[in-house]
Design a protein around this ligand. Structure first.
Ligand SMILES: Cc1cc2nc3c(=O)[nH]c(=O)nc-3n(C[C@H](O)[C@H](O)[C@H](O)COP(=O)(O)O)c2cc1C
Length: 192
């Protein structure tokens, strides 16, 4: 067989090596600062939607911007989110055993930034939120909301995996979602 660079087999049509090493392979080790950066860099190249996960603590609204949100199961309807241990939002969910997932629209970059700030006082101003059937805050202007009862919480390294059973799911507004990619907020080029 004809071979190309590094003895890789060559595609008969294009003459190009059939397998090409596109980047430097760095084994991820917990000890190395450098490889931690590579891990984060690779994760940043995975695009996601953006949510604000809300809850309450001692009767006060709490919430944070989260993109680690995913669905887990349909029967029963379960969702999950990974939240930093010790953050306001993680502590509030553990206390109230309830949370809401607000799915953000393309016009909500300001909300996404505001709720990514640990300064809780700035987050909830009068008029910018309502309350779900479960008594947990809903962020006005969001596309959709999932109201959840805490099903399970699992401590994993420096995050807690919160699994919630969805008790109510509803659309609130028409529009495209906001996306997060390479540390930037983006929107879809057009309506799908
Ligand atoms: C786009 C985006 C996504 C984020 N996703 C998460 C996440 O999934 N889990 C998490 O713990 N923090 C995430 N953060 C960071 C939190 O929003 C930030 O730590 C915030 O302070 C949490 O609020 P709290 O400290 O009041 O709970 C994200 C931040 C941004 C900008």
């Amino acid at each position: 067989m004809q071979t190309g660079r590094m003895d890789l087999p060559v595609d008969g049509m294009t003459g190009l090596p059939m397998c090409k090493q596109l980047g430097t392979l760095i084994e991820v080790q917990h000890t190395s600062e450098n490889t931690g950066e590579m891990f984060r860099d690779v994760m940043r190249s995975y695009p996601t939607g953006v949510t604000i996960v809300t809850s309450i603590s001692e009767g006060k609204p709490v919430g944070g911007t989260m993109n680690s949100f995913t669905s887990v199961s349909v029967r029963p309807p379960l969702v999950a989110v990974f939240i930093t241990t010790g953050s306001h939002t993680a502590m509030a969910i553990a206390e109230s055993m309830k949370f809401n997932v607000n799915i953000l629209g393309s016009e909500q970059e300001k909300d996404a930034l505001k709720f990514a700030d640990p300064d809780m006082a700035r987050k909830f101003a009068e008029g910018n939120f309502g309350t779900g059937q479960n008594g947990i805050p809903i962020i006005h202007g969001s596309l959709a909301c999932l109201e959840c009862n805490l099903e399970q919480q699992i401590q994993i390294a420096d995050h807690i995996l919160f699994v919630g059973e969805v008790t109510a799911a509803y659309h609130m507004k028409k529009g495209n979602p906001i996306l997060y990619y390479k540390r930037r907020f983006m929107e879809l080029p057009s309506e799908p």
